[in-house]
Structure formats: structure tokens, C-alpha cells
Design a protein around this ligand. Structure first.
Ligand code: GLY
Length: 351
């Protein structure tokens, strides 16, 4: 089976890697560099509890399935690429600002309520005001930038072809078989998979819209230990990565504009200072924005489109890193005719 994948974010690369391992002939076309879009912009959270409190059942089940796949997925990527990706199952603490928030968190699954001293024992930098916290020990995070480049290496080493700086112009059809046109050539395929994140709709008519998220990286003074767990509270999350604490994220309808703004930076700094009071004096090391791909019902699109030969893997919205191993598995199985689409995620649900 000859498959062309458009997009080399975590989804396109992980699916391509699984397909090559299963014996398919795979070419990935990337308009820039691998993993440089939403994958690099993300904080790398595998937020199976914190991000899915109000999610629908199929999404929660998919998230738990993917979370279980993550340790082996990470170990295989590291073994096959020869690179580390910083996978850490260090849990997450979700702060409750008042008694009402504690009652809401008490109804949440996937962790336990802890009091303020217990929360501070897990993350001593939590010196601000809060009423309690939810400790979700199954949460994890990964260095999303290391992940993108390690996946690209693993994919290439397995025999996949990754062509960078080669933007897709359009998908052409000759009878039943699709082919992908770029400025440099025409790539015929048995099946084409569109996995171009928020940009998918620019290539084919798909109901995926960009949602901007700004992030900052704060550098603490030398010698200060960053928290191990991911921290959530006061409208932001904080994730340790190397010497920095990443703080995110805004949620903005701004089209394809990825320019960081002063308002975004001030919002993130002010809220980070409520979560971790000491951070108000830390140096701003970086500030960037990425685009999350969102579908109209908030659920991913994973499966065949209504166009013969064209398949979609998109609409992950806030869960692109969490869902990656499960998306790789289901899309590999579907593209090789070994599994049917998950009904709730079937792209053909949209007229
Ligand atoms: N998953 C983190 C975010 O969307 O901000």
C-alpha cells in the first residue's frame, strides 16, 4: 500500500511511522520542518484528567486508551530514534481556588482531593491562596519539541520518506486514485492522509478551524527547583521543561495569526504569578503562539472523508499530544483496512 501523508506534526509522523512498521510505503510531505507547528508550540501535556473534565464519553475513553499507550510509545520512539523525549509521568495538581471549586473537583474522576499542606508537599512553590487541590497522578508530559524531531528520525530510520519545505498545492484525482501535487512534483498514492493540523482546510474542504494559543517560558533563578507535576490554576497551567517553566495558554479566535501579543504575555504572567507567586520575578525566556485544530463539535476527525481515497486525521484541538499514540494506532489500522473508524470521530459525520 502506497500512502502519502500531508503534514509532519506529531499525528502525521506517528501515523506514518506505524504504517511503515506495518509494511506500507509512506511519503510525508511537510511545508516547513517536522513538528514545527502545533507540536512545537504545545507544552507537551498528556492531560488525561485536567483537560477532559467536560469532555464527551468517546473522547474520554480514547484519552484513557492513549494515556495507557504512552509509556511504550515513548520508549519505542527513544529506542528507535536514539534520542530522549522527556516523557515523565509526574502527575498534575489542579488547584481549587475556593470551597465551591473543591466541591466541583470532588466529583471528578481520575485522582484524589488533597488539602493545602499536601499540595504544597507535592509542589512547594504553591505559596499562594487556594482551598485545596486535585491530585491526578496518572497525568504526564513530554518535551514536544524533542518528540517532533525524534519521531521524524524514527520514521526515516524505519524506511519512511519525509520531504520538508515542500508545501502541497492540491490533491488531484485520476479516476479512483489520488495524487498530491507540490511545486516540485506529483505524488501518486493508493490513499492520501491529510494531517496538516489547523491548516488542513487550506488544502481540502475540511471543517477544521484554528484556535490560537499563546505560551511563555519563564526562567527561575539558578538553583531553584521547578515543580515536578504539571500545575493548573487561575486560568493557566505550568509545565516544567528543562530549565524553564512553560505557562499557557490563551484561547483565541484569531484566524491564522500566530503573532504573540503584549496582552497575551501580560495575561499569562499575571495568572502565573497567582499560581506561583515567586514567578513574578522570574525572567521571561520566550513567548510564542501556536494554532490548535478544532472541529465544529470539538471531537477529532479520524477516518475516511467523503472523497474517495482521502483520509483525515485532525481536529485534536487541545489533545494532540495526548491522543498521538492512539491516533497512530487507529489510523494505521484503518488505512490498512484492519479496523473501522470510531463512530464518534468519523469525519463523514459532517455534511
Ligand atoms: N493542551 C493545552 C492547550 O491547548 O492549551
Amino acid at each position: 500500500m502506497k500512502i502519502v501523508i500531508i503534514g509532519s506534526g506529531v499525528a502525521g509522523l506517528a501515523i506514518g511511522w506505524r504504517l511503515v512498521q506495518a509494511g506500507a510505503q509512506v511519503t510525508v510531505l511537510e511545508r516547513g520542518q517536522p513538528g514545527a507547528g502545533a507540536t512545537a508550540a504545545s507544552a507537551g501535556m498528556i492531560a488525561v484528567t485536567a483537560e477532559l473534565a467536560d469532555a464527551q464519553v468517546p473522547e474520554i475513553e480514547f484519552a484513557h486508551y492513549s494515556n495507557r499507550l504512552w509509556p511504550d510509545f515513548a520508549a519505542q520512539i527513544e529506542a528507535e530514534s536514539g534520542r530522549t523525549i522527556g516523557f515523565s509521568r509526574s502527575g498534575a495538581l489542579i488547584l481549587a481556588e475556593d470551597a465551591a471549586a473543591v466541591s466541583r473537583l470532588a466529583r471528578q474522576q481520575g485522582g484524589v482531593l488533597v488539602d493545602v499542606p499536601q499540595a504544597r508537599a507535592l509542589a512547594p512553590l504553591l505559596t499562594g491562596d487556594f482551598a485545596g487541590a486535585f491530585w491526578a497522578e496518572h497525568e504526564a508530559h513530554v518535551d514536544s519539541r524533542a518528540l517532533g524531531s525524534a519521531l521524524a528520525t524514527a520514521f526515516r530510520k524505519a524506511g519512511g520518506k519525509l520531504l520538508t519545505n515542500e508545501a502541497v498545492v492540491r490533491i488531484e484525482r485520476d479516476g479512483r486514485s489520488p495524487a498530491v501535487r507540490t511545486p516540485f512534483g506529483l505524488y501518486p498514492a493508493d490513499r492520501v492522509l491529510l494531517a496538516a493540523g489547523a491548516w488542513s482546510g487550506m488544502i481540502e474542504d475540511t471543517p477544521i478551524a484554528p484556535v490560537k494559543g499563546q505560551m511563555i517560558a519563564l526562567a527561575p533563578p539558578p538553583g531553584l527547583a521547578l515543580p515536578g507535576p504539571v500545575l493548573w490554576g487561575y486560568g493557566v497551567y505550568a509545565v516544567p521543561r528543562g530549565p524553564h517553566l512553560l505557562v499557557g495558554a490563551t484561547v483565541e479566535e484569531a484566524g491564522f495569526n500566530t503573532k504573540p501579543t503584549r496582552e497575551g504575555r501580560e495575561y499569562l504572567r499575571a495568572h502565573a504569578a497567582r499560581l506561583i507567586p515567586a514567578s513574578k520575578d522570574w525572567t521571561l525566556a520566550d513567548h510564542w503562539a501556536g494554532l490548535r485544530p478544532r472541529s465544529p463539535d470539538g471531537l477529532p476527525l479520524l477516518g475516511p472523508s467523503k472523497i474517495e481515497g482521502l483520509w483525515l486525521a485532525g481536529g485534536q484541538y487541545r489533545n494532540g499530544i495526548l491522543f498521538a499514540p492512539a491516533i497512530a494506532q487507529t489510523m494505521c489500522d484503518q488505512l490498512l483496512d484492519r479496523a473501522a473508524p470510531i463512530a464518534a470521530f468519523d469525519p463523514r459525520r459532517f455534511a
